[in-house]
Design a protein around this ligand. Sequence first.
Ligand code: UDP
Ligand code: MG
Length: 308
Amino acid sequence: MQQLSIIIPCYNEEDTIQLFLQETKKIEADMMSELTFDYLFINDGSKDQTLNILRHVSQIYPNVHYLSFSRNFGKEAALLAGLEEAKGDLVTVMDVDLQDPPELLPLMYAKILEGYDVVGTRRADRKGEPIVRSALSKLFYKLINLVSDTEMVDGVRDFRLMTRQVVDSILELGEVNRFSKGIFSWVGYDVIYLPFDNHERVAGKTSWNFWGLLKYSLDGFINFSEMPLTIATWTGTISFVVSLLAIFFIIVRKLLFDDPVSGWASTVSVILFIGGIQLFCLGIIGKYLSKIFLETKKRPVYIVKEKA
Ligand code: UDP
Ligand code: MG
């Protein structure tokens, strides 16, 4: 019988872990004849009782295991740890707050049997989400798909069922800076997305805030596109050509009309404009450079302190 590994990143989730297990255990019972389940919780440096609860549930259920990080490394790191540790023939990633409905698992498995390598899930709407946040998310997907060759579908969750072969391909990408939304899509394979209605968190609260999301989307751009560098090059080139034309114009005017000195205000604004573009471009280059710096240090993505 095939084994399904379920990877569940947890950061301050003391309220949700047991609710999560209650729900997934029902599905596990339904699918007993086809699949054996193996739960792998990743405690991402939680500051509440998450670890104690994980110790407890792993003693109750023989198929519940956990890794506990030495500090908070972020969901991306937790995902990687889970993928590296998971032994299953099939692997899935789920949020512990039940925003990824476990009821979808049988449908997803059916699609795998049909021959798909990856069955992803997509929120059909953004019900219950702050308007500003969904507007910004929409804008992010529009822009990133414009500039990146790797397609990223709006509303796609990390919740996906993958075959062993796909997981092995994902693990071959050795980058330290991991933008999973991009990586999952980059590896390719036959993918199908199942839409579902947005669910609100059962308990606890989201660990995302505005700045966190902004930083996350910038990471998406820097990691999966060279477009910002191209934009920098082009703005530089265009302002160079424009300034050549301006110099030519000034020389001609001087020869024909012998203008007295005037227009210092326009001169200063042009200097400020060019200076601004230069700093902007330097900033973009600096962003890429800092990513390269982090990659070359080859630091581990996470540190495991406890395992069971
Ligand atoms: N998470 C994590 N490390 C972090 C932040 C979040 O492992 O630093 C986990 C969290 O416990 C949850 C999942 O990632 O299982 C998604 O987080 P959350 O529900 O806060 O995000 P949202 O659903 O609001 O996008
Ligand atoms: Mg959530």
